[in-house]
Ligand binder design. Structure first.
Ligand SMILES: Cc1cc2nc3c(=O)[nH]c(=O)nc-3n(C[C@H](O)[C@H](O)[C@H](O)COP(=O)(O)OP(=O)(O)OC[C@H]3O[C@@H](n4cnc5c(N)ncnc54)[C@H](O)[C@@H]3O)c2cc1C
Length: 490
């Protein structure tokens, strides 16, 4: 289509998906990834000879964007689905099945809720008050805990909503935005006095046989970024690693990026730029040219966490765990309240039968530790985090044998926190970026941190860049190959 050159900063799934969309539309594209490896939060490595994801491990299959990307890469036939999605909550001292009829922990089926025994008798008795309470008025955004607690009681928040949301954000329900983290529930709640009825409405409207919820690739979701990079290269694009972008400046005719160390900077010129990095580096990069966006981005906080992966011999478990895993509410896991500190456990070999098939003698389990504001729990050596995970599995599954192999992956600042006011903040970022020609942003900091949402933001960024390049070319700005590209100061 064009000789224009677009640069994408950040080689996570958002940056790669944006570059893939641009390259397929004929734009000459360069991805600059600062670390030695592409993929960001998508990374896979072997443990006990089995490829197991270190970060994200599954994609929502009910949103189209992730599935579309895999299809565009010609890999749809490779996708695999979980063997089971049934999971439990560790509540009041025992593992209890997550009650049916809930949406992100907000109940609609009170019988199923009672049968699950997740709540205490007092907590359970509080829930139906929602049906008779007057409307809970709210002007703007409110926290998850404030709104849901006011409707169905604090125990629902602590023992159902918090662990389910914790699996996504590792955040604090007192801070997380109701509108941004539970958009479907928040929208339904605006149309109903009762929250239970609002959730029932969502359930009634859901397709009856929607197909599998999640999907992954046989070699792990960490195998997706290299496939996207291959797709970019096949369309004529370039993906570079070890290319940390330090500065982004507008020039008369486009953009100039400064890459690498101050001692030995490299300059790269572009007609348009997609910034697809987390909020803190995005804020630094936009400080000069979109200061209003940079200010808002600087206010987005991140939670840190660690994934401890344990590969046991199958004989270590008295019986194979059933279900894909379990969640531990903060009120149960908090070491200050006698908890063990693990917030979620995934029985990877049960959830993903293809992993079990690789080696039926090995049971792989992933445990996550760390919530927003609990960074101190991660300031311990790997051995201690591993021991914490092992103690959790000994207590809940009777796995007292030592694992054959262990791995600790730390994700410092891994998960953006969509706190109260997030949607307004993002609207301000987008407004500032919209006023800066040839600039777009994408990634987990904005409209959803799940992989399909990141890909959606990437596609929107690619469309914005394409529109800009087309209007420039229409105005006769096309340049033959860009100037001063890849030049170094000598
Ligand atoms: C442990 C964990 C488990 C998760 N599990 C799931 C899951 O199962 N399913 C799901 O849908 N989502 C999951 N998520 C969320 C999802 O993986 C992320 O939100 C998503 O991958 C973020 O993609 P991104 O491209 O926006 O950012 P990132 O993956 O953070 O990529 C950004 C990239 O930019 C690079 N970068 C930063 N600064 C610069 C710079 N100045 N110059 C050049 N490069 C730079 C970084 O090195 C990084 O590679 C999980 C997240 C974590 C942390």
């Amino acid at each position: 289509m064009t000789t224009s050159h677009a640069v994408v900063v950040g080689g996570g799934i958002a940056g790669l998906a944006a570059a893939h969309a641009l390259a397929r539309d004929g734009v000459r594209v360069t991805v600059l990834e600062g670390s030695p490896q592409i993929g960001g939060k998508l990374r896979v490595s072997e443990i006990a000879g089995v490829p197991v994801d270190e970060g994200a491990e599954s994609m929502l299959a009910r949103r189209p964007e992730g599935m579309d990307l895999v299809r565009d890469l010609g890999r749809s036939a490779d996708l695999v689905n979980p063997g089971t999605t049934s999971s439990a909550i560790l509540s009041r001292g025992a593992l209890r099945a997550i009650p049916s009829g809930q949406v992100m922990g907000v109940p609609s089926d009170l019988k199923a809720l009672a049968a699950s025994q997740v709540l205490s008798p007092a907590g359970l008795a509080r829930v139906p008050l929602d049906l008779v309470l007057p409307e809970t008025r709210r002007g703007g955004d409110v926290s998850v805990a404030d709104f849901i607690g006011a409707r169905v009681g604090r125990e629902v928040v602590d023992r159902l909503v918090e662990p389910l949301l914790g699996g996504v954000y590792a955040g604090r329900v007192e801070l997380l935005s109701f509108d941004a983290t539970l958009p479907a529930v928040a929208a339904a709640a605006r149309g109903h006095r009762s929250l239970i009825n609002a959730v029932q409405g969502i359930r009634d409207a859901a397709p009856k046989d929607p197909g599998p919820v999640f999907a992954t690739l046989p070699d792990g979701l960490g195998a997706l970024p290299p496939l996207v990079a291959d797709g970019i290269a096949a369309a004529g694009g370039t993906v570079r690693t070890g290319a940390m972008v330090r500065e982004l400046r507008r020039r008369e005719d486009g953009w100039r990026l400064t890459i690498g160390p101050t001692r030995d900077p490299e300059y790269l010129d572009a007609d348009a730029v997609v910034v697809a990095v987390p909020a803190a580096p995005a804020s630094r990069l936009l400080a000069q040219e979109a200061p209003a966006a940079a200010r808002e981005l600087a206010g987005i906080e991140y939670a840190s966490m660690a994934i401890i992966t344990l590969a046991y011999r199958a004989t270590a478990f008295p019986r194979l765990p059933d279900g894909s895993g379990y969640l531990v509410p903060g009120v149960e896991s908090d070491p200050a309240r006698g908890g063990r500190g693990v917030k979620a456990v995934t029985f990877s070999s049960v959830k993903w039968p293809h992993l079990r098939d690789r080696d039926p003698g090995v049971i792989v389990v992933r445990c996550s530790i760390g919530r927003f504001g609990e960074e101190h729990t991660l300031q311990r050596p790997d051995e201690e985090l591993t021991a914490t995970a092992m103690a959790e599995l000994a207590a809940t599954c009777g796995a007292t044998e030592l694992p054959a192999e262990t791995r600790v992956t730390r994700w410092g600042g891994g998960l953006p926190q969509y706190n109260v006011g997030h949607a307004d903040r993002v609207a301000k970022v987008r407004a500032a970026v919209a006023g800066t020609p040839g600039l777009a942003v994408a990634g987990a900091a904005y409209d959803g941190l799940g992989i399909p949402a990141c890909i959606a933001s990437a596609r929107a960024a690619a469309t914005r860049v394409l529109d800009h390049l087309r209007s420039r070319e229409g105005a006769g700005h096309d340049r033959a190959g860009g100037q001063a590209e890849g030049t170094r100061t000598q």
